[in-house]
Design a protein around this ligand. Structure first.
Ligand code: GDP
Ligand code: MG
Length: 255
């Protein structure tokens, strides 16, 4: 428990046999439940999770690989069923500093927002992020801002906390299943009128390998564009009656 809130940490994992153990051992004692979602990894990821003695850990497994977004949806759904109040997401490759988890929890639980996300650009060590990563995330964030009208940056950061009451209002089953899910989730939150805030977090780049490739940028741009089209279609000022007719001058009311 964390200040009276039941905290779940969702850990999407694919081919993470090397770092999943270290990631799980680093999770703070106040975390109530840990859901590792293994996505048909062909290495020893699942075995490494099963060999942990920490009773808070539940291993969920997709029989075929569905993607990191789909894995997070599975984790969210299970944590909601188990009655969590706050739903954190942390990667399985030890790229998030567990000491910073309270900063995100605090912003939601005491700070009144529905979703807090890490922003590595705001951290004093921002320059430790590889330049291409920084540029890529900055460009995708500019697009995400214009699609969602949210005041956010570093939208590819996967270190997040979602309030469970806000999660229940989201069509989580529609979340983009692969890389690009953070941008899609921001679009969903904006459409639901949820409050979102950025929290500075330390960029951690050590001995992990990323599955993200340059071509994923294009897919993510497509995901953001899809969200932008949807938000335009549902904006009240863009909805026209099916057979809109101009009122005749006689029908107009005069002041
Ligand atoms: N369940 C699941 N997790 C994935 C998949 N792809 C990536 N991940 C996990 O998502 C997290 C972030 O992925 P990563 O490739 O490191 O992205 P990056 O840190 O943004 O470069 C890591 O914990 C990965 O193990 C997938 O297809 N399924
Ligand atoms: Mg990574």
């Amino acid at each position: 428990m964390w200040h009276g809130a039941k905290v779940a940490v969702i850990v999407p994992a694919y081919q993470e046999e090397r770092l999943i153990g270290r990631t799980l051992r680093g999770l703070p004692a106040f975390v109530d439940r840990i859901y590792v979602v293994d996505d048909a990894s062909t290495d020893q990821t699942a075995e490494r999770v099963s060999s942990q003695t920490d009773a808070r850990i539940t291993l969920l497994r997709h029989p075929t690989n569905r993607g990191v977004g789909a894995a997070i949806t599975s984790g969210y759904e299970r944590a909601l069923l188990d009655g969590a109040d706050l739903l954190a997401v942390m990667a399985a490759d030890d790229q998030m500093d567990p000491a910073e988890l309270p900063l995100l929890l605090e912003r939601v639980w005491a700070g009144g927002v529905d979703y807090a996300k890490g922003n590595r650009f705001l951290h004093p060590e921002a320059a430790h992020m590889p330049l291409l990563r920084r540029l890529g995330s900055a460009a995708l964030s500019a697009l995400t801002r214009s699609a969602t009208a949210l005041d956010v940056d570093d939208c590819q950061c996967g270190f997040t906390v979602l309030r469970s009451s806000a999660a229940r209002r989201l069509p989580l089953a529609e979340l983009w299943p692969r890389y690009g899910y953070p941008n899609d989730l921001l679009g969903m939150l904006a459409a639901a009128g949820s409050q979102v805030a950025d929290v500075p977090v330390r960029p951690v780049y050590a001995d992990e390998n990323s599955g993200l490739r340059a071509h994923h940028m294009l897919t993510i741009v497509g995901v953001i564009a899809r969200r932008w089209r949807r938000s335009r279609a549902t904006r009240p000022d863009s909805v026209q009656p099916a057979h809109a007719e101009r009122p005749s001058p006689a029908a107009r009311t005069t002041p």
